[in-house]
Design a binder for this molecule. Structure first.
Ligand code: BG6
Ligand code: GLC
Ligand code: GLC
Length: 960
């Protein structure tokens, strides 16, 4: 007998030695650390026998040479660790990685469990444990209840199913599910299922996961590149026995991590060594390039099994590894996994034993058919044989090895059992040490990303290799300490094979799915179909006709006394005022043969002035004009003035406009029913020094149409979508009952903001619209405007968010004071939030700036709410424009109409999708009109000046 003396080991090697409690070094660690070299060197040396350990007898050169190949030095381990770390970091950065790299797949699990999860869940496990499939019934009790053991059943997957068509595999799974459920006495209504699917997958959601490639002995056709959740759902439906919702798909490592009972801190790494091997860990989201997230953590499945860096693995790959790879279902792939995973360990042992037998070293130089058949030595055999290297009963162990080998049809010689044990130990030890190098890489990554000098971390372990080979963990532990000395790692074995963890993820996914349903329910009324929009168009058309005839209608169809769009001959200097949009502006407009030159200044109209007395408001306006004149050196001059006044006015001429009612948050007293031009002249009078010549009062839609019409004569419609919304267009004078004359045209200010005030839009109005209306200063008024324009969209969004919060869907159900505050969502925010170039985290930042702290899930929901609200607005607006252009076409008896619409307003201009949606809706509802939308660049002040110019020209002509 040869013995190994511990104290005689070389320093580097003795470092690798593991001591078990009681001071017994497990022999197979000696095997790896000093390995066959040690055997050679220590021939005849005493020592091991006094510890009661068996040693191989009469090792031939061949055995030594053979086992020598399984030795991995500490330096090699360090190189593997470094290369793995590099591969991980490259993949995280999103750099194109070769197939030989680790994959670093985000799992959509964003946090470790908080323990509040509860309910009954069905878990289906496929792929973790070789050819078997497991179904579990897991009850989570939340923080209160005691833990309940899951019920489970294992099914063997026939080989032809593992290699057959994908549908057959999923049908088999669905069948196993029903069989399991049939036997359960529980109530099986509304079953919630978590799918543990342990293969490399690209996840795009908690319940969406595309298989990248099969590993570990599976190769079913038609599954790679497909969503495995959908395949399972389809199979469950085909099976038809139970109605089961699949809420989550989870890798086994994630299930292991999530199911781990938190110790001092949460478990943030999941390590599986079963048929295959892999780990997952919680990475800082900001380091994951493929994710659009800068806060929080996300669980990454490393998929280290695919690591195959030739540079570092080449020197440790044995001839047996090469043979095993060649004969596998996926040659060239998963090289790292093939040295560690339980599916391969028995096979490696078999290849070594067959080799040694063929070389005459074992079994009297004879092999057996079983020894030469793939898969005849399984992980369990290796476990049993390795187990027998138990110092307390070496003889009983040897007898078991004998029996096992005899079962393989081998004639076992005196020293064979012992040698076989060493082979098993060498293969297992290498696996544990390689696994440790990979885990050490993950730990280094964690330490680096958390910027911690000393990392304290819990690793959840799962898989049969841990369960069957207790010594695997001890070698792993010891080697990790060596490779990652700054990490204080505690290993926590998973309790029920990760089933509980899968149930936890499923619970979270089910909660999110319920939230999504509630979100959809609340947004459904905002999603208008073609028929609804066509009905709006038809109603609008009808209301236009009635309004023009002077019949009861929510559309006032106000004549503007603008009879023609500009013809380009207008000239002169004009003053213009622009009141009623976001900004109040005073402008100097110079119209020359060379074009239009505008100088303008924005003045503020504070809310208390807009809502104070009329006298105050008009005095403020005149103050601004005086200031502007002084600054521009215009004092004393009496330039003709055009007044864009963006409120509904009944005009009796160009320079007369009786305010019918305020809109958009204005409510200055004593103005409604008054002629606005008179109010302005009176204010001028109060400021005695000023001379002003008010020539025209113009609605902003008209100003916009005229402004754009100066550039494009086909511009016969004006549209505003800003603080408020409205449109005007050129109508046949003969259709305008309020104005005498049968020929020619007149621009009609539709005041479409009031459309629906007669109840005609009630079917479309949601409770949120009602809330916004109720809280406005003009309840029951401007129904259409309140569904479309910037002043109200933010409020609609806010009311939806309030509802979703009260349903617990948003902000964890916590109402904040901030969200109760009116008007916090300005139009500009909607536009920013929906911008395509904005990452979700920027959306979150905007909302946080508003004082709404939220998660990414919250941010996504807020974004969807904004989208639904603005989409409806744009579509309604499009239906309105479709009604207008169709009317113009029919007025003129044209088959096809080509027309331009001049548009202004911050919502239309700033929102990333609004204009596109308006145009698309118009195309859909008015297919015979070719409509071009022109954005007004200079505001409607320029248009007001042009109207004034036309009026001056006409007046001059009349005088001449
Ligand atoms: C401006 C026009 O550009 O747009 C105004 O000059 C108009 O007359 C305004 O009222 C509408 O947009 P908003 O977003 O300012 O209400
Ligand atoms: C394989 C799979 C991986 C799984 C591991 C352990 O490597 O690709 O997803 O986690 O086996 O079962
Ligand atoms: C409001 C006004 C209307 C104006 C529109 C756009 O609807 O009543 O006159 O055109 O806002 O500013």
């Amino acid at each position: 007998m040869r013995h190994i003396e511990r104290e005689e080991l070389k320093p580097e090697e003795s470092d690798q030695l593991l001591l078990l409690p009681g001071g017994h070094p497990p022999l197979w660690n000696h095997m790896d650390s000093i390995g066959p070299v040690g055997l050679q060197q220590r021939e005849g040396a005493p020592g091991c026998s006094q510890e009661g350990l068996p040693c191989p007898s009469d090792s031939s050169e061949l055995v030594l040479e053979c086992l020598q190949q399984f030795k991995v030095t500490e330096t090699q381990l360090q190189q593997i660790q470094a290369s793995l770390l590099g591969s991980m970091e490259q993949a995280l950065r999103g750099q194109a990685t070769p197939a030989s790299a680790v994959r670093m797949l985000p799992t959509y699990v964003g946090s470790t469990p908080h323990g509040t999860e509860q309910g009954d869940f069905v878990v289906l496990e496929l792929g973790a444990t070789g050819a078997s499939l497991r179904v579990l019934w897991v009850t989570l009790m939340g923080t209160e209840g005691h833990r309940m053991e899951p019920q489970s059943q294992e099914f063997v997957i026939p080989p032809e199913v593992m290699l057959g068509p994908g549908q057959q595999l999923f049908d088999f799974a669905a069948h196993c599910l029903s069989e399991f459920l049939d036997a359960l006495p529980m109530d099986k209504q509304g079953l919630q299922l978590g799918f543990s699917f342990s293969f490399p997958c690209h996840q795009t959601g908690l319940d969406r996961s595309t298989l990248i490639s099969w590993t570990k002995g599976f190769r079913c056709s038609g599954v790679e590149g497909h969503d495995v959740v959908q395949l399972l759902r389809d199979a469950i439906e085909r099976q038809g026995a139970y109605s089961i919702d699949v809420f989550a798909v989870v890798n086994d490592t994630v299930g292991t991590m999530m199911g781990c009972e938190p110790g001092v801190g949460p478990c943030e790494v999941g390590l599986v060594v079963d048929t295959g091997t892999n780990a997952c860990y919680m990475e800082e989201a900001r380091h994951v390039a493929v994710l659009d997230e800068d806060r929080g953590r996300v669980c990454i499945s490393v998929e280290w099994g695919s690591f195959s860096d030739d540079g570092v693995l080449g020197p440790v790959l044995t001839t047996f590894d090469h043979a095993l790879d060649r004969e596998s279902l996926n040659p060239g792939a998963q090289r790292f996994e093939k040295m560690i995973g339980g599916l391969y360990l028995g096979e490696l042992v078999r290849l070594v034993l067959a080799h040694l037998a063929q070389r005459g070293v074992l079994f009297g130089g004879c092999t057996s058919p079983a020894l030469l058949s793939r898969g005849s030595i399984l992980l369990d055999h290796v476990a049993e044989m390795e187990d027998t290297l138990c110092p307390s009963s070496p003889l009983a162990g040897a007898a078991r090895v004998h029996a096992l080998l005899q079962d393989l049809g081998l004639s076992v010689g005196a020293s064979d059992a012992e040698l076989v044990q060493y082979v098993c130990a060498a293969v297992l030890t290498r696996a544990a040490r390689l696994c440790a190098a990979a885990l050490a890489a993950v730990l280094s990554r964690l330490q680096h990303s958390r910027e911690q000098q000393m990392l304290q971390i819990a690793v959840a372990t799962g898989g049969r290799v841990f369960e069957r080979h207790p010594s695997f963990l001890s070698v792993l532990q010891k080697t990790v300490m060596l490779l990652a000395p700054q990490c204080d790692v505690s290993f926590i074995p998973s309790v029920d094979g990760g089933g509980r963890g899968v149930a936890m993820v499923t619970a979270v996914a089910a909660r999110l799915a319920a939230h999504r349903r509630l979100l959809e329910e609340n947004l459904a009324p905002f999603r208008l179909n073609h028929n609804q929009l066509a009905a709006v168009q038809a109603q609008m058309r009808e209301a236009m006709v009635k309004g023009l005839r002077g019949e009861a209608s929510s559309l006032r169809m106000l004549p503007t006394y603008v009879r023609a769009t500009p013809d380009g001959t207008e000239r002169g200097d004009f003053l213009a005022l622009d009141l009623g949009g976001t900004n109040f502006r005073v402008l100097l407009v110079r119209v020359t043969a060379g074009g239009v030159k505008i100088t303008s200044q924005v003045y503020s109209i504070p809310e208390d002035v807009a809502q104070g007395s009329g006298q105050q408001l008009f005095d403020r306006i005149v103050d601004c004009i005086v200031d502007f004149q002084q600054k521009q050196g215009l004092s004393g001059q009496s330039l003709p003035l055009g007044f864009t006044f963006s409120f509904p006015c009944r005009q009796l001429g160009l320079d007369q406009g009786i305010l019918l009612n305020w809109t958009k948050g204005f409510s200055a007293s004593d103005c409604e029913g008054q002629d606005v031009v008179c109010l302005l002249r009176e204010a001028i009078g109060r400021r005695q020094a000023v001379e002003l010549n008010v020539v025209a009062i113009v609605n902003d839609t008209v100003g916009t149409m005229m402004s754009c019409g100066y550039e494009d004569p086909r511009c016969e419609v004006g549209l505003i979508v800003g603080t408020g919304t409205n449109a005007c267009y050129m109508e046949e004078l003969r259709n305008v009952a309020a104005v005498a004359g049968d020929s020619g045209h007149m621009c009609i200010n539709m005041e479409w903001g009031a459309f629906g005030d007669d109840g005609s839009l009630d079917l479309l109005r949601t409770c949120f619209d009602a809330n916004v209306d109720q809280a406005s200063i003009n309840p029951g008024k401007q129904s259409f405007e309140k569904m479309i324009s910037g002043m109200y969209l933010g409020e609609i969004v806010r009311h939806i968010l309030l509802r979703l919060t009260s349903l617990g869907v948003l902000f964890r159900g916590q109402q904040t004071q901030r969200l109760q505050t009116r008007d916090i969502f300005k139009t500009k925010f909607l536009s920013e939030i929906e911008s395509d170039s904005l990452a979700l985290r920027q959306v979150r930042a905007i909302l946080e700036d508003l004082g709404l702290p939220l998660t990414s899930d919250d941010a996504l929901m807020v974004l969807e709410v904004c989208q639904a609200v603005s989409q409806r607005a744009a579509q309604l607006c499009g239906a309105g424009v479709a009604a207008v252009v169709e009317k113009i076409r029919e007025n003129r008896g044209l088959e096809e109409l080509t027309v331009s619409v001049g548009v202004d307003g911050t919502l239309y201009k700033l929102h990333p999708h609004f204009s596109g949606l308006v145009a698309a809706t118009v195309r859909e509802l008015a297919p015979r009109c070719a409509v071009t939308f022109l954005q007004s660049e200079d505001g409607s002040g320029k248009g007001a000046a042009l109207v004034t110019a036309v009026a001056c020209r006409l007046a001059q002509m009349a005088r001449v």
